[in-house]
Design a protein around this ligand. Structure first.
Ligand code: NAD
Length: 456
């Protein structure tokens, strides 16, 4: 089974949206980008906008409302929250930013009865995702599920089956992984999958973030196994895990340790480290924490026998690719034979053919500026709407998928793989030994009650 959807790259590739699409979770509700801002895009104008309901009007519900408001193919008509004040606050925000006020409902069932809905966006606490997605799919609507897919592998497998049935009926089901649509991620995924880095040898994924005690205290579900499903890896790190497996391929074995070191009244980890081996033979290190004060970046490194790349906070920090498509061997001369740099007309980058080293002879020439626009390079000025753009790019893809009758760039199967990696981290840390990825995926360890820091 291949979980790598080139569709995400190809769907996102023509994207012309500016901005980094950065999304830090805690900052999701803040930032610029109004509900009624200017849109562009996929499928727009051809038919009436698709009617949308947002279920869960908290931090990320605000992001969805703003992204939907900028996507001309969508019309936000319903807001659902079990807390009436949350739905009302978001309705007022939508109105204050120039949008048409959506109707408010206390449950998805009421919204489905009250309004014809083409698309339902599930933005509730993570442990409720599958139940609500199931209800939405049964109504015949297309469905968008916030990350992570859920917190339970049995429920995640069930929604994967239901999504496959729904897809066969023509419904589109996508799981939010907005960073797959960042231009930097698209170019690195394509290079990795097309062999431009040669044989992929290793990866490093590090999420060095800080979440305050107030953050964990701000919602009863936060930091619980039942509804958050985990801590630094499940909630904050899953985006980076998803990129790592997108770039490196199918995992084989995971060995992890977790700990809770800088927060109280939290069941889950605020630091996790793991090693991951991949089917290709590549090895990776994962580090995810919400205890890295004052907060640094989320960073992914990919290394191969003929190239490497670094993405830092969703922007391209470093890129070098000298491998031809499918190439796997590094030649001793470090030559540039068959160079194929995605997005680069010449393919050899600023170093020129054969030039892998700069004048000092210390580092390979950085081709990053040749493969993404200047505003996607690390150090670029951060766009005011960066917390919205990633979701907007993914909605562009979803609208286009619905209009074109194709699969979206990120499918439930992709999110199931990422969730299984996260679950593998917790099972390994709990059992104190390495676990096989396939055993997590097929349910062998479903009965393990995970805990934090039990491996010491
Ligand atoms: N893609 C991203 O970058 C990103 C960023 C932040 C959060 N998220 C994800 O979004 C989800 C929500 O996170 P959040 O930070 O917005 O949480 P939040 O607590 O701010 O908001 C959740 C909302 O859901 C409502 N809710 C709970 N149960 C409900 C139900 N049965 N029906 C309707 N509404 C219900 C709550 O009242 C609350 O208003 C989580 O799964 C989280 O992982 C994703």
């Amino acid at each position: 089974m291949s979980h790598l959807t080139n569709a995400a790259a190809s769907a996102a590739a023509p994207d012309a949206r500016p901005g980094s699409g950065a999304e830090s979770g805690a900052g999701a509700g803040a930032g610029a980008g109004s509900v009624a801002g200017a849109g562009s895009c996929a499928g727009a104008g051809a038919s009436a906008p698709l009617t949308v309901a947002i279920v869960g009007c908290g931090v990320i519900g605000v992001n969805h409302a703003r992204a939907i408001g900028r996507q001309p193919g969508l019309k936000l008509v319903a807001l659902v929250d079990e807390l009436p004040e949350a739905a009302t606050a978001l309705a007022e925000l939508v109105e204050s930013e120039g949008g048409e006020r959506p109707r408010e409902y206390g449950s998805l069932g009421e919204a489905l009865a009250g309004h014809p809905l083409d698309l339902v966006a599930v933005c509730t606490p993570s442990g409720l995702h599958v139940a609500l997605a199931e209800e939405a799919l049964a109504s015949g609507a297309h469905v968008v599920i916030e990350k992570p897919l859920d917190v339970s592998m049995p429920r995640a497998r069930r929604i994967a089956e239901l999504a496959a049935e729904a897809e066969a009926r023509g419904q589109v089901v996508s799981v939010i992984s907005q960073h797959r649509f960042d231009p930097a991620s698209v170019v690195v995924a394509r290079a990795a999958q097309e062999g431009a880095f040669g044989r992929i040898t290793s990866g490093v994924a590090s999420v060095a973030w800080w979440r305050s005690q107030q953050y964990y205290d701000s919602g009863q579900w936060r930091g619980t196994w039942n509804l958050d499903g985990g801590g630094a890896v499940m909630n904050q790190g899953v985006h980076t895990v998803d990129l790592l497996v997108w770039f490196l391929g199918r995992p084989v074995e995971i060995f992890a340790r977790t700990a809770l070191l800088a927060h109280e009244r939290v069941e889950v980890e605020d630091i996790a480290v793991a090693t991951i081996s991949f089917e290709s033979g590549a090895l990776a290190v994962l580090h995810a924490t919400t205890a890295a004060y004052p907060e640094l970046s989320a960073r992914v490194q990919v290394h191969g026998s003929r190239g490497s790349a670094i993405i830092d906070d969703n922007l391209l920090d470093y890129f070098y690719a000298s491998g031809g498509s499918g190439g796997s061997g590094a030649d001793a001369s470090g030559g540039d034979a068959g160079a194929s740099v995605p997005g680069s007309a010449g393919g050899s980058g600023s170093g020129g053919a054969g030039g892998e080293w700069d004048a000092s002879g210390k580092s390979a020439v950085n081709q990053a500026a040749d493969v993404v626009a200047a505003d996607q390079l690390r150090g670029a000025e951060l766009a005011a709407d960066r917390f919205i753009v990633g979701h907007l790019r993914q909605y562009d893809d979803i609208v286009d998928a619905i209009r074109a009758g194709r699969q979206p760039g990120v499918r439930v199967g992709d999110a199931l793989i990422s969730l299984a990696v996260v679950r593998a981290v917790y099972v390994s840390a709990t059992l104190g030994h390495a676990v096989a990825f396939d055993d997590i995926l097929n349910g062998t360890h479903d009965d393990v009650v995970v805990s934090t820091g039990a491996s010491s």
